[in-house]
Design a protein around this ligand. Structure first.
Ligand code: APR
Length: 188
């Protein structure tokens, strides 16, 4: 399959394999957990590469806006610290099978709220990993359908957002997304 990014939605969405922490965009989106205090996966990579300023900003959010933690589907924004990206938007994906059948809606909320937050901060270029498809166990094929349909619905509401990179950690994960996305209206 392709080594070049594949684009959808008039070129505003591009799909590629790579490392999210290396993306030189206005904001990358973190697949965080409710504590906002770091973890494994892409969360761990972001804190490792981004440095302590990100964790400190997350701690401040915990003591101010979200004392009980960030609920699944919600999103917050912090500095990007030492990352090439200026900001990190942290969102909490649903743990597959643990939200009473509302997982699809919560996953869609992650993307809706991340885009709304980016637009609210005047950000134009974002990079987003495959939220919830790692440790949180969301099946990648189901997620591809939800993510593509959500972006089809949401991106037109935010004309100021110029570019969304969907960044997959391997060619295989990218190819699963490409095989199951619904950007072209190709899903029933
Ligand atoms: N760049 C891009 N994608 C990455 C990277 C990276 N550097 N590292 C991991 N990924 C991919 C994984 O392969 C997976 O497809 O990100 C996707 C999301 O996986 P996780 O990081 O495990 O996130 P998630 O499934 O949402 O689980 C969240 O894991 O990392 C912890 O603290 C986090 O507890 C939270 C949970």
């Amino acid at each position: 399959m392709p080594s070049e990014p594949i684009t959808y939605l008039a070129g505003r969405v591009c799909v590629l394999a790579g490392d999210l922490t290396e993306q030189a965009v206005d904001a990358i989106v973190n697949a965080a957990n409710s504590s906002l205090l770091g973890g494994g996966g892409v969360d761990g990579a972001i804190h490792r590469h981004g440095g302590p300023a990100i964790l400190q900003a997350c701690r401040n959010l915990r003591t101010s806006l979200w004392p009980n933690g960030l609920p699944a589907g919600q999103a917050v924004i912090t500095t990007g610290g030492d990352l090439p990206a200026r900001y990190v938007i942290h969102t909490v994906g649903p743990i597959y099978g643990r939200h009473g059948g509302h997982e699809a809606e919560l996953l869609a909320d992650c993307y809706r709220n991340a885009l709304a937050l980016a637009a609210g901060h005047g950000l134009r270029r974002l990079a987003i990993p495959a939220i919830a498809t790692g440790i949180y166990g969301y099946p990648a094929d189901e997620a591809a359908r939800i993510v593509s349909l959500t972006l089809c619905e949401t991106l037109p509401k935010h004309p100021e957002i110029e570019e969304i990179r969907l960044v997959f950690f391997s060619d295989e994960q990218r190819d699963i997304f490409l095989a199951h996305q619904c950007f072209a209206g190709n899903c029933r």
